[in-house]
Design a protein around this ligand. Structure first.
Ligand SMILES: [Zn+2]
Length: 177
């Protein structure tokens, strides 16, 4: 994780004293983190991304144009079946999407912190008939969000845990089998 430090410190220099929402977490524009867990009956994905990757800004929307950007980004995130296409062998269907972002007033996290930076966390849950048979997941984040360049993945399956990195335009995550 050492490589995050220079960016994190640079980001901190912009923020006020106190504890910003992203304190202690990586916040690097262009990069998102995605945790993927495969279980026999369920596949879950947890996304953690700077808002800049989704919107090009990180504050509450101030104009109609910005409100449209937010609505469009949220619609893409809520369309989990398009954003994440799971190997059909696993027979998964989207079951739940939860989005949390203080600047956007999502997730009941209270008033937005006055800060130069903001994040969004997404929790995506699929119900699967044969989750263990999932050989891959196609991650559609690059297609949906043009500013995103890299996704750092942590994948947990019945076979163990692995890290992977997707660099635009790659989209396929092979699951350990
Ligand atoms: Zn930022």
């Amino acid at each position: 994780m050492g490589r995050w430090f220079p960016t994190l410190l640079a980001a901190c220099a912009l923020g006020a004293a106190g504890a910003p929402a992203w304190a202690g977490k990586a916040h690097e524009h262009g990069v998102a983190r995605l945790d993927l867990a495969v279980e026999p009956g369920r596949l879950t994905l947890d996304l953690d991304t700077p808002l800049d990757n989704l919107l090009g800004f990180e504050h509450a929307p101030r104009s109609d144009a910005e409100r449209e950007r937010v609505a469009s980004a949220l619609a893409r995130l809520r369309d989990a079946g398009t954003l994440f296409r799971i190997d059909p062998a696993a027979a998964c269907t989207p079951a739940k999407v939860e989005l949390v972002s203080a600047p956007l007033g999502l997730g009941g996290s209270g008033a937005a912190v006055a800060d130069a930076h903001g994040d969004l966390e997404g929790h995506f849950e699929f119900t699967c008939k044969a989750g263990a048979r999932a050989g891959f997941v196609e991650v559609g984040l690059f297609a949906a969000f043009a500013r995103l360049r890299r996704v750092e993945l942590q994948v947990v399956t019945a076979r163990g845990q692995m890290k992977a990195t997707l660099v635009r335009p790659a989209s396929r995550v092979a699951l350990a089998r």
